[in-house]
Design a protein around this ligand. Structure first.
Ligand SMILES: [Zn+2]
Length: 139
């Protein structure tokens, strides 16, 4: 395990490598509206797989994000995600926006054609459109 200071140094270096430039272009990504229902003390995100496919991210990765943000346990049953606890659709919708901003949309050109890579414990969002390499919050 790297120390916190080491990690921050890595992150700093990564940020320094970020390309600069104006941010003006915007491209909308077609993300399905989440279908959410509450059953007992659990929240079911019915079209979770559809969401993962739309943003082109692995369900395991998306699940980790939602579980972290909701601070609860969740599992993926192949189609749906089921979370412990009661969460409103608005909450899920807000988290989707955060997910898109942090792990899908290129911060440089605002396009959604990106993928993630991990280098030395730092995760980067690589843009397939403009080539930008941006560090993202570890997940
Ligand atoms: Zn880009």
């Amino acid at each position: 395990m790297a120390s916190r200071a080491e990690y921050e140094k890595l992150l700093e270096r990564a940020y320094a490598q970020m390309p600069e430039g104006p941010v003006e272009r915007t491209e909308r990504l077609e993300v399905p509206r989440p279908r959410v229902s509450i059953v007992g003390s659990r929240t079911i995100f019915h079209n979770f797989k559809e969401f993962c496919d739309a943003v082109n991210r692995k369900p395991e990765f998306c699940l980790r994000f939602f579980s972290r943000e909701l601070a609860t346990a969740g599992y993926f049953d192949g189609v749906r995600a089921i979370f412990q606890g009661v969460f409103e659709e608005d909450t899920i919708q807000r988290l989707i926006q955060i997910f898109l901003r942090d792990y899908v949309i290129c911060p440089v050109c605002k396009r959604p054609d990106t993928h993630l890579v991990k280098e030395k414990r730092i995760m980067f969002l690589i843009c397939d459109a403009c080539g930008a390499k941006s560090p993202v919050r570890p997940l």
